[in-house]
Design a protein around this ligand. Structure first.
Ligand code: NDP
Length: 332
């Protein structure tokens, strides 16, 4: 019995394969489908991506009254399907970009060979791992100040983290909220000096050093945060209506690391101004390659870039093949 039949691996050949279903993946699908590239899109482990855990999206142009995150992603999917995208449930578990066409394995059992691959696997916010944090997610617990900060206008919020993301989120929130308490687990911040300076200058940000989160308080919505000083052991309850976790993001790029150039934090490196990766025919879009902007609208923009880059790549490939065939015919 061969290994293939043992695992019952099925095989399929597609033209354009899109991996991931956030704004980047669906936008790539809309463009690729309209260009007649017959895209197949696999939704991944969290269909709809990070926006499905956001309540109201108010900063995506075109929705003057805002839109709820999950509904927005249903609309993205509908639009991609309207032009013929084959949207499927399934997770890319392995890739082989060593040859051409490229290979992507779905759910460890379906091998897809694709002429072009668009990666839009996104990133996941890191969480503290507390039960209360999970239970109140979307009900006062958030990992995105730009998305949700507006709802806490004039209120008191807590931010946890000490890197550039935490500094940026705390500074952003300080302009909207009454008071921001920043919980730093050591006696110094990891954030760049310039970002730290902004935090220190804001009159309404209080930093609690050597402080860790014990519990997010509240039954159906956030009412406060119980913290503990890891030097003195002293516990304090801070009153707050919002709790922002800003301890970093993890790009969902683990399966690509043997083939694609990633930066230190694991984000896919693209050729500046394009969506091209170091492998011809493999393109990256959205948060899997963007650690700076991380917005739905920028992800959608890079999804569009990836589809256009893939279209050009395939057209070029086709004309090269036609030329090669003509030369071969003439040589006969
Ligand atoms: P980082 O990994 O740099 O920082 C994560 C922070 O969270 C650290 O300070 C860490 O503390 C803290 N942390 C981790 N786990 C816990 C925990 N369980 N409890 C409390 N605190 C915790 O992530 P960032 O997202 O901040 O940054 C990632 C990269 O993106 C960096 O290279 C950064 O420079 C870049 N970036 C750039 C921006 C910009 O230029 N505008 C904006 C945002 C990010 P400790 O220090 O103790 O380990």
């Amino acid at each position: 019995m061969s290994i293939k039949t043992y695992f019952e691996m099925t095989e399929e050949k597609v033209n354009v394969l899109i991996v991931g279903s956030g704004p980047a993946g669906y936008t790539a699908a809309i463009y690729a489908a309209r260009a007649g590239l017959n895209p197949v899109l696999y939704q991944g482990g969290q269909p709809g991506g990070q926006l499905t855990i956001t309540n109201d999206v108010e900063n995506y142009p075109g929705y003057p009254d805002g839109i709820n995150g999950p509904q927005m992603m249903v609309d993205f999917q509908k639009q991609a399907e309207r032009f013929g995208t084959d949207v499927r449930f399934g997770l890319a578990t392995k890739v082989d970009f060593s040859g051409y066409p490229h290979k992507v394995i779905i759910d460890d059992k379906h091998e897809i060979t694709a002429n072009a691959v668009i990666i839009s696997t996104g990133a996941s916010a890191k969480w503290l791992g507390l039960e209360s944090e999970q239970r109140l997610n979307g009900m006062g617990v958030s990992a995105c100040a730009v998305c949700d900060g507006f709802f806490y206008k004039g209120q008191d919020v807590v931010v946890v983290g000490a890197g550039d993301t935490a500094a940026e989120e705390a500074t952003y929130l300080s302009k909207l909220c009454n008071k921001v308490t920043l919980l730093v687990r050591r006696d110094e911040m990891r954030a760049s000096q310039i970002m730290q300076n902004r935090v220190m200058k804001a009159p309404n940000i209080e930093i609690l050093w050597n402080t860790e989160t014990e519990e997010v308080l509240g039954k159906d919505e956030v009412e406060g945060v119980r913290v503990a000083n890891n030097v003195t052991g002293e516990k304090t309850d801070i009153k707050a209506t919002g709790f922002f976790v800003a301890i970093g993001h993890k790009p969902n790029t683990e399966i690509f690391k043997d083939f694609l150039n990633l930066n230190e934090a694991g984000y896919i490196q693209t050729i500046p101004g394009t969506s091209k990766t170091n492998i011809e025919g493999v393109f990256a879009s959205g948060d899997a390659q963007d650690f700076v902007y991380r917005q739905a609208v920028t992800a959608a923009g890079t999804g569009c870039m990836a589809a256009l880059d893939a279209e050009r790549f395939l057209a070029q490939k086709e004309s090269e093949e036609t030329e090669e065939n003509e030369v071969a015919q003439q040589a006969k």
